[in-house]
Ligand binder design. Structure first.
Ligand code: SF4
Length: 313
């Protein structure tokens, strides 16, 4: 059995698999949890921190993304290190410095015991191409957003098992999607496990999931190309670049409106006014806290947003 490496945010899974390990994105277990952490700011990091400390999350080592898209993870990652698991701190460069990021990948590779099988990267590249095809399928109204989201969000660790993950991709059905409006979901992913189904129930077809799209967009076949591509991870760079990128995606995907999901006590919440200044679309901002099914209040707001988009010229 391969060693399991917990990752707290996006860490190139290509390199973890190439080092003979199995990545586990610790965030992916959070929406299914019903816990209420006693000490918390953001529930995402607090839930996985407690699960690591209690041993509920079975990992052999931990890679904390300490510089990049989340500072709560840095603190909760250090607390999780008290579990005794070997822990490594990984940093994205804010200025996109490829040489710096290549050195980060080299340090990560050393922590993981070195590259054993770089041939596996080609297989991951092929799976990411399938992810892109699936994404396009929902943009063309040929797949349900809830099915596509559940596949794309798993590209951060490819479910820790490439064969099983490929079978999951195979099982996603084609569908003739009917809806009243096309929307983009920007920000961190909702902590509510049923968010996409609830939106679908109100006729909102989510044709862009900002963060999961990064998981399939970025890749590479060796350390140099991984360094070049992953330095473009939009969540870890300047907001201006991210806004340009989002504007382009919204245009190509012909959206009618934007939902900005924010998480309680997450610094990304402060970006809301920047998006409102620069994205020329109706925007609904919603906020979540603990991992639970969508609240009645959220449902009412989604329903009202859907009705507003429907009557807009
Ligand atoms: S929601 Fe924000 S604070 Fe929480 S884990 Fe994600 S980036 Fe970090």
């Amino acid at each position: 059995m391969k060693d399991t490496v917990g990752i707290t945010a996006l860490v190139p899974p290509e390199l973890i698999y190439a080092c003979g390990k199995r990545p586990l994105d610790v965030n992916n277990v959070v929406p299914g949890s019903s816990s209420s952490p006693a000490s918390k700011l953001c529930a995402w990091t607090a839930v996985w921190r407690d699960m690591i400390l209690s041993g509920e999350l079975d990992i052999d080592s931990l890679v904390v993304v300490a510089g990049g898209d989340c500072h709560n993870a840095l603190v909760d990652g250090q607390k999780a290190e008290l579990s005794g698991k070997p822990t490594h701190y990984f940093f994205y460069p804010f200025d996109g410095d490829t040489d710096y990021f290549r050195s980060q990948l080299e340090k990560l590779s050393l922590f993981l015991g070195g590259v054993q099988d770089d041939g596996i990267i080609t297989r991951i590249t092929d799976l990411k191409s399938r992810g892109k095809a699936l994404d396009e399928q929902r943009v063309n109204d040929r797949a349900r957003a809830s099915d596509v989201f559940s596949a794309l969000i798993s590209f951060s660790d490819l479910a820790g098992d490439l064969d099983a993950f490929e079978r999951t991709l195979d099982s996603i059905p084609e569908a003739d999607v009917e809806y009243t409006s096309r929307v983009a979901l920007i920000g961190v992913p909702p902590i509510y496990p049923d968010f996409h189904e609830v939106a679908e129930g109100f006729g909102l077809h989510i044709v862009y999931d900002e963060l999961p799209y990064e998981f399939i967009r970025l890749g590479g076949c060796d350390l140099d190309s991984l360094a070049r591509n992953y330095t473009k991870y939009s969540f870890a760079g300047p907001i201006e670049t991210r806004v340009w990128f989002i504007q382009d995606e919204l245009r190509q995907r012909r959206v009618d409106g934007v939902i900005h999901y924010t998480q309680f006590a997450c610094h990304h919440t402060l970006e809301d006014e920047i998006f409102r200044q620069h994205l020329d679309y109706p925007i609904l901002t919603v906020q979540g806290d603990l991992p639970r099914p969508s609240s009645e209040q959220l449902k009412l707001r989604l329903e009202a947003f859907a009705e507003m988009l429907e009557v807009m010229p």
